[in-house]
Write a protein that binds this ligand. Sequence first.
Ligand code: M6R
Length: 587
Amino acid sequence: MCGIIGYIGLKQAFPYLVGGLEQLEYRGYDSAGIALCADELRIQKAVGKLSEISFEAGEGTIGIAHTRWATHGKVSIENAHPHTDCGNEIAIVHNGIVENYRELKACLIENGHTFRSETDSETIAHLIEEFMKRGFEFEDAFRNALRLLEGSYTILAIRKGERKLLGARKGSRSLCIGIAADGIFPSSDVLAFLEWTDKVIYLRSGDVFVADDNQTVRIYNMAEGRAVTRPVDCITCSTEDAKKCGFDHFMLKELSEQDETVLRAIQQEEEGVRSICDTMRHAFGTFFIGCGSSYHACLAGSYIFSKIAKVHVNTVLASEFEHYEDFLTDNTLVLAISQSGETADVLDAVNAAKRRGSTVVGIVNREGSILTRESDALLMMNSGLELCVLSTKTYTSQVVLMAMLAYALADKYEEGLKKLGGLYLDIFNLTSRSMRDYLEQLAELLYDKDHIYLIGRELQYATALEAALKIKEVSYIHAEAFAGGELKHGPLALIEEGTPCIVFVAAENKAKILSNAEEIKSRGGYIIGVAPEREAIFDFWIKVPEAEELNPIIQIIPMQVLAYELAVLRGLDPDKPRNLAKSVTVS
Ligand code: M6R
């Protein structure tokens, strides 16, 4: 959730740290801080968004910085990172949770340490200090401290007078190191240093590194108990992806790219797709797992699999997957879907599957992410960077990839690719200026409502869930989706005169869903139809083409636009909804 960047090199660290933080802000953003190491250790911390904070430029060629998204302890200057030891000589930044921090803290307090924050993270600085008090050098004290920490983490540490930057990664937290001619940039995300280098080392769980100002990086793996080498990779995403390119918000830019990203998603090695299908054919049980939008994509995918390939899959929220562990065998296939490839609940589920010997196939967007390395086989979404907290283009790419697998499984691969590629123009039209103007009119009718309900059946039920998530995340209007058939079982009680209800209509179940819309209308509901044809019951019509089993890719797009327009009308920042972070690295 938090973002971490460090610098050690020949130049002043300050501009790199501030520039890196700006790129990382999308990960978490209630406070931020910087530590610079010259003769003294200088710490600056502030609460708020980076755009509202102005750090004072300072001297030093070594430094670490952090953007925080509060988990342990309220949002405050004291709780912002970097945290220091009692003597203000050691500074650390941390992403993760020190699960045993209460015991460690109690022990440290007994040994005379004074804590200034409510965070679990501060424990790390004091632990290093404690080991140094006992005669260990900085590097050894750091490693000894790590040995005592329970939970997964990314940590960077510096110390006054040391010409070194230390760091470590364990479990589901990511850490990579950008290598440039004049400096080394450890960070939780390549995005932080993409502007300065395209060379990166991705660290593995248990890796501890020491970078010095001779531009060398030594890596040691704690689990293996030895020095290791990790390859230097080349980053392929472009810096253009990290810019708004004339759009007011990343959300608008990213949802407008979907005509192209859908095409990029289907550019896969046929052999790889076929081999995943073979595994699926022989698997005893297939699970689709994900969180949030990625889970909705799983649900849409499961309907698509039933329709196209006549195959049943189990769809499970990654956060609920532990309850299914007993059903995993070495012949089970787990398809884990994640934009970031970093979501802690997904990674925990994948680890559980691997412990049982099951095969894991990842569908991931972020290259180099942990899930790309933990998966036995991989399909990359190829969507480019998605920086808005809301998933838009990666959601449609996820559904595209599952449809592609379903077509391949049904021996309709070529036909499927043609159908998927053919969506290009429809998607382009659905994000056009005229469509946005039209949906802005609808947003004007809805922006001051307290509730919006959405209904759909089968594939369209998945779309209703995803559309509701989009609306609530970005506009903070309560939006709730129901399967059409469930209305009579409770939700009808919510309908009053004028209650807005969005109804997703598909040729296949038109009669049934329109009859559900009738149930709402007769209780005073205001019906917004997302449908290929205008129906008499609609008070407002959003015209979409009929795309049969690919309806989830088409019908969600006007909903993304509507959610965007609602946020803008309500004066909210669509890219950074309150309380949310792009990568949810805590479970
Ligand atoms: O990176 P992931 O796809 O694993 O993320 C999963 C969810 O956190 C994510 O889809 C979230 O629900 C988005 N904010 C949806 O817009």
